[in-house]
Each structure stands twice: as structure tokens, then as C-alpha cells.
Ligand binder design. Structure first.
Ligand SMILES: Nc1ncnc2c1ncn2[C@@H]1O[C@H](COP(=O)(O)OP(=O)(O)OP(=O)(O)O)[C@@H](O)[C@H]1O
Ligand SMILES: O=P(O)(O)OC[C@H]1O[C@H](OP(=O)(O)OP(=O)(O)O)[C@H](O)[C@@H]1O
Ligand SMILES: [Mg+2]
Length: 384
């Protein structure tokens, strides 16, 4: 018997769904929950001309989202922090609406937003497999965390280190099931079913779930983990096979809006291009150096013999002209390459080893490729 309840002393969940569900039948129940929570079951898009982008209004995703957009030259202009609507002057006909991440997903489903930026965890939990939802960019490189199952390090769990071990514990029976505290009431039961844990009950709360085992309210928790500090400080541990998903910020949209809303596809293309160009560039430096050589080809040979110096498509090499004995000649060549930040020092060493001097390092702002790979993917997902 899987039972949902709300943990005592905590505010109750906004979802009106925590009645008693029979063992793992919640998937069917949550389907109907979608209809209630997300509303508007019609498939026609709402009658408005503006494109709407939902951004997190609070929490740890809010500031990072605005920073990312700013770095892509898409600064959000908000006249007052308590105002929930704003604009991005570079994108005409677009309204930004600040919402709680879970509401962004709900409002995408209901058609009240067209695009949104949220964590993959929120998207998966509140999207509940809705086929109209599409991930446009799956790796915005912030908000990294994982949704993980955790149990106490002590007591009956001392020697349990895997989901398999947990599922086989004789303690869990119909009368005395494993009690899991989680805010992920869609993904939690789904995951436990997949892992073959038969007797489970779920309780929910809005935060500080890590306290539930020590308070005697739950045996285990399913929550977001980033550094692992909160688990450690509460004497809890993750176990093998216990990660439900790895999450980071994602750009999402609905199929319906992308196909039907005028101008949305072009706006999405522009946002995607800027995001991809910026995110590709942040991991790289531009390196310029001078190298003595007899020809551009000979310098290129030396550079391409080093694994860390091949650049994006290969080195750009130009002659550096000087005057010697009254004659203009090119004894030096200037080379320009892109180098991953992680490999910077190795690259400088390799450059020096092949005669490079005057090595200059500068940050890269954008790398626009011939084509945005995710744009191709999006078009193919839309059947266009
Ligand atoms: N510890 C963390 N480290 C990194 N990212 C996290 C962490 N916790 C959550 N996130 C990511 O940030 C998103 C927003 O989490 P956050 O706790 O800031 O807001 P919230 O859950 O909407 O608000 P609240 O916790 O107040 O209800 C999560 O959905 C997740 O993607
Ligand atoms: O692994 P860590 O780096 O310690 O982070 C994990 C904690 O961060 C989140 O909580 P948050 O800070 O959002 O507080 P909340 O419980 O009030 O939502 C999450 O729910 C964990 O409790
Ligand atoms: Mg939180």
C-alpha cells in the first residue's frame, strides 16, 4: 500500500493530490492530476500576439538565469523587482513573466507561456511526461544538482549501500512499509516502482526534508543533492542506483506553441543561437602567439603535431612582416587558436616547446558555428 501524506508541522503542498493512493497506482492518478493542476485541456493555442517566456521569479535559479541571458546580450529589463512582467529589448514582441519554476511548467502545459527556463528536475516532475513539452536546450550549465534517494548511515541501514539491498530488506511489509519523504511526488513513486521496492509510503513537505529520518517521520528521503553537505550534516548517505536524474537548467517550450504561435520559431532560433554561441565560448580562451618559421605550412605542421593546439578547425596563421637589411620578409608567423580553459597551461607549454613566444590569452565571447546543432534537433522533433 503506497500512501501519501503531508509531514506534520510543515505547510501543506499546493498540489491537491495527497489522498491515499493504492500501491503504485499513482501514475494513473497523477494523469488526472495533470488535468486538474494544469488546466486548459484544449489543443488550440490561446489568442494573443505576444510571445511569453517564463523565468524563475525566486530561488537559486533566478539570478543565474538573468546572468546567463545578460551574457548572451539578452538583458531582461524589469522596472521594479516586484513586477512580474518584463521585456528583453533585443527580442521584439516577447514578454518575460517571472514565475515559480513549477508554475512555469504548469503554465507551459496550459498554454499561458510559450518558452521557459527551469531545472530539469522541475521540468520532469511537473511535466509528467506530457508529450507537448519539448526541451530546446538541455544543458544551460548552471543549477547543477541530482535528484537522489538517501538513507541514514546508522541503524538498520548501516550496511545497506544499494537500491537492490534496500529493496531486499525484510523490514518492509504491507503493514510496515518503507516511509519516504519527498517533494517529488510524481517521480518518487515511479522510481521506487522501477527499482522493485514493493512496500512504500510517501510523505511530502516543502523543504528541510533531510530532517525527516532523524525526527522519526520517515526512513528515507528523495531530494536534490548538490555538494552533498546537507546529507552529510544530517547523517544521511546516497546509495548505488539511487540517482533518479542529473539536473541542470534547461530551456523548454511547447510543441503546440512552436508550431502555431506566429514568430515563436524565429525567436526561439535566435535565443538558441545566442545561448549555444555563448556557452561554447565560455569554456575556451583565444590564444595568440608568435612563432619563427620558414613558411605558414611549416608552422602549421609544428602546431598540429601537438594534441592541445588543434583549435576549432585548425590554427589561423598569418605572416608577421619585418624589415631586415632593407628588405621586407616574414620570419615570424602569428598564430591564433581556441583552447579549452581546462587545457590552457598544457597548451602554453606545448606552444613554448615548439618555439612559440609572446603568448597572449584573451577571453572568448561567442563561437557561432555554421549551424546550431540543437536547432536541427528541434526542427526534427517538430517534424519540420
Ligand atoms: N542545492 C542545489 N544546488 C544547485 N541547484 C539546486 C539545488 N537545489 C535546487 N537546485 C536547482 O534549483 C532549482 C530551484 O531550486 P530552489 O530551491 O532555489 O527553488 P525552489 O525549489 O523553487 O524554491 P523553494 O525551495 O523555496 O521552494 C531546482 O529545481 C534545481 O533545479
Ligand atoms: O547538497 P547540498 O549542496 O547541501 O544541497 C542540497 C540542498 O539544497 C536544496 O535545498 P534548499 O537550499 O533549496 O533549501 P529548501 O530545502 O528550503 O528548498 C535541496 O533541497 C537540499 O536540501
Ligand atoms: Mg529549494
Amino acid at each position: 500500500m503506497a500512501v501519501f501524506s503531508t509531514l506534520p508541522k510543515y505547510p501543506s503542498s499546493p498540489l491537491p493530490s495527497f489522498t491515499i493512493f493504492s500501491s503504485f497506482r499513482c501514475c494513473a492518478t497523477t494523469q488526472s492530476q495533470v488535468a486538474v493542476v494544469n488546466g486548459r485541456p484544449d489543443t488550440k493555442i490561446s489568442d494573443r500576439n505576444e510571445i511569453r517566456l517564463g523565468l524563475p521569479s525566486k530561488g537559486r535559479m533566478a539570478a543565474d538565469t538573468l546572468d546567463l541571458l545578460k551574457d548572451c546580450q539578452l538583458s531582461v529589463k524589469q522596472t521594479n523587482p516586484r513586477q512580474y512582467v518584463a521585456e528583453i529589448p533585443q527580442l521584439s514582441n516577447l514578454e518575460v513573466w517571472f514565475q515559480r519554476p513549477k508554475d512555469i511548467v504548469r503554465k507551459l502545459i496550459s498554454g499561458d507561456l510559450d518558452l521557459g527556463i527551469v531545472g530539469l528536475d522541475t521540468f520532469t516532475e511537473y511535466g509528467q511526461g506530457n508529450e507537448d513539452l519539448i526541451i530546446v536546450h538541455d544543458a544551460l550549465e548552471y543549477g547543477d544538482c541530482r535528484l537522489s534517494f538517501a538513507i541514514p548511515k546508522y541503524g538498520i541501514f548501516e550496511n545497506i549501500n544499494s537500491m537492490e539491498g534496500l529493496a531486499q530488506m525484510p523490514q518492509w511489509t504491507e503493514e510496515k512499509p518503507l516511509r519516504v519523504a519527498t517533494g517529488f511526488t510524481y517521480l518518487g513513486p515511479k522510481f521506487m516502482k522501477e527499482k522493485g521496492v514493493k512496500h512504500v509510503t510517501f510523505s511530502t513537505a516543502d523543504g528541510a526534508l533531510e530532517a525527516a529520518p532523524a525526527m522519526g517521520i520517515a526512513d528515507a528521503i528523495l531530494d536534490l543533492v548538490s555538494s552533498g553537505t546537507t546529507l552529510k550534516e544530517n547523517n544521511l548517505k546516497e546509495i548505488e542506483g539511487g540517482t533518479v536524474l542529473e539536473s541542470q537548467a534547461v530551456l523548454v517550450a511547447t510543441r503546440r506553441s512552436l508550431i502555431q504561435r506566429k514568430g515563436l520559431l524565429d525567436t526561439t532560433h535566435e535565443i538558441l543561437e545566442r545561448l549555444e554561441a555563448h556557452l561554447r565560448a565560455v569554456g575556451q580562451f583565444t590564444v595568440t602567439a608568435n612563432m619563427r618559421g620558414s613558411s605558414a605550412e611549416e608552422v602549421a605542421e609544428r602546431i598540429l603535431s601537438q594534441t592541445s593546439l588543434s583549435g576549432l578547425q585548425g590554427p589561423t596563421i598569418s605572416p608577421v612582416f619585418g624589415k631586415r637589411d632593407g628588405r621586407v620578409s616574414a620570419d615570424y608567423y602569428a598564430i591564433v587558436i581556441c583552447v579549452p580553459k581546462k587545457e590552457l597551461y598544457k597548451s602554453v607549454q606545448q606552444l613554448r616547446a615548439i618555439g612559440g613566444s609572446g603568448v597572449l590569452i584573451s577571453p572568448l565571447t561567442y563561437i557561432f558555428d555554421e549551424e546550431t546543432p540543437r536547432w536541427r534537433e528541434l526542427l526534427s522533433k517538430l517534424g519540420l
